[in-house]
Design a protein around this ligand. Structure first.
Ligand code: HEM
Length: 391
């Protein structure tokens, strides 16, 4: 609906108000300060996952007895209040900073393996051969999903993730339901095997973890396995893909990053700001809430537009320019408040190694793709393909 470049639409909406109506009927919060406040405020909840994301408070189109509804109902992102705190705490106990840090050597060697054939060939299909397999392999290993099953999981995930889009169609919903009819028993078989032969992966930790006498149920673990697989690869693929594309479109920034590798961590924050992998975060007010003179009525869903906030001129000097040395970028791309992204540190680590080697092991990278094709999703900002030449 917004085409390949949604930013002019975001600018128009943001300048017409902090709270506006999108063409598809949903209310949007568009400015940095207000989006940040919405994400942190206890006055809102995330939608319930068993209803259709298209209209979370309206008549549900999703078959509530389906595996898809069961999973979405239990995904941590769609929990609120005490139920959310409990589930998130249990997941976080398994997903420790130490466990993430310990992945660094593996990520480094994976990046190196993935780059080797491209360096030899002099060309790379970035999404297919690099930015997808890196995070997908890492999340499989982290969760305890066999490497040989990675691409099957990806196919199921690709069908299911369509249901988070506000414009999810009936056909996409059916595809997602069909995918989950296969994915759910696959995950449960894996869980049964891991109960018999526990290892030290995240699935084992979720099976074992206990907090103040509460455990995750089998349904919760299965659901959050599918959610973590989705959240753990698709977004990071897009951070690397969108980020590299942005750098290639701004050769002076790419040259500066090569000359000043110490800027890399700041550059990653700026790339997250400039073309965020996630553009919308849906919310539902618990009570009527007024923002800048507009009332967001109780129980009527709306979305915080992270990507519009990230380019708000009230917060950023020259927001449409890419500036890898921008002081304190602090994008809202990982959300904020109680639902702040669990995998932010992991995504940053993967991106750091990916860009470090991409730049450190080449002298020159150029775009082969002239006109990139973006996925039609509103929520996820994703290139379908990106071809480069590298020396
Ligand atoms: C660049 C990569 C990533 C981006 C841009 C991203 C973005 C986001 C955003 C915007 C949210 C909050 C949504 C909301 O408030 O409605 C979120 C939540 C979440 N993300 Fe990420 N994410 C990334 C990578 C990851 C990775 C690698 C993982 C796991 C391995 C992960 C796991 C999660 C989880 C579990 C939540 C839900 C947290 C909760 O509801 O308490 N994400 N992510």
């Amino acid at each position: 609906m917004l085409g390949d470049d949604p930013y002019p639409f975001y600018a128009q909406w943001r300048e017409s108000g902090a709270v506006v109506k999108a063409p598809w009927g949903m209310t949007l919060v568009t400015r940095y300060e207000q989006v940040d406040r919405v994400l942190r405020s206890a006055a809102f909840r995330t939608p319930r996952g068993y209803r259709d994301a298209n209209d979370p408070a309206g008549p549900p189109r999703m078959d509530r007895s389906s595996e898809l509804a069961l999973h979405r109902r239990l995904w941590v992102i769609f929990q609120s209040g005490d139920a959310h705190t409990r589930q998130r705490k249990l997941i976080m106990k398994a997903f420790t900073p130490r466990a993430v840090r310990a992945l660094a050597p593996r990520i480094e060697s994976l990046v190196s393996e993935l780059l080797a054939p491209a360096l030899e060939r002099g060309t790379m299909a970035v999404i297919a051969d690099f930015s997808y397999p890196l995070p997908a392999t890492v999340i499989c290993e982290l969760l305890g999903i066999p490497a040989a099953d990675r691409d099957r999981n990806r196919q199921w995930a690709a069908a299911v993730v369509q249901t988070i889009d506000p414009l999810c169609t009936e056909a996409q919903l059916k595809q997602a339901e069909a995918a989950m009819r296969e994915w759910d028993p696959y995950i449960r078989t894996l869980l049964a095997e891991r109960r018999k032969h526990p290892g030290d992966a995240l699935l084992d930790a979720m099976l074992a973890v206990e907090d103040e006498g509460t455990r995750m149920t089998e349904d919760e673990i299965a659901a959050n396995a599918t959610f973590l697989f989705i959240a753990g690869h698709e977004t990071t693929t897009n951070l690397i893909g969108n980020g590299l594309y942005a750098l290639l479109r701004h050769p002076e920034q790419l040259a500066r990053l090569r000359a000043e590798p110490g800027l890399l961590e700041n550059a990653i924050e700026e790339l997250l700001r400039f073309d965020s992998p996630v553009h919308f975060a849906p919310r539902v007010p618990l009570e009527d809430v007024e923002i800048e003179g507009v009332v967001l009525p109780r129980e009527v869903p709306f979305a915080a537009c992270l990507a519009a906030a990230n380019r708000d001129p009230r917060r950023y000097d020259k927001p449409d320019s890419l500036d890898i040395a921008r002081p304190d970028p602090k994008p809202l791309s990982f959300g904020g408040g109680p639902h702040y992204c669990v995998g932010a540190a992991l995504a940053r680590l993967e991106a750091k190694h990916a860009f470090e080697q991409l730049l450190g092991r080449t002298r020159d990278i150029s775009l082969v793709t002239e006109k990139p094709v973006w996925k039609s999703s509103l929520t996820l900002r994703a290139l379908t393909e990106l071809h480069i030449a590298l020396r």
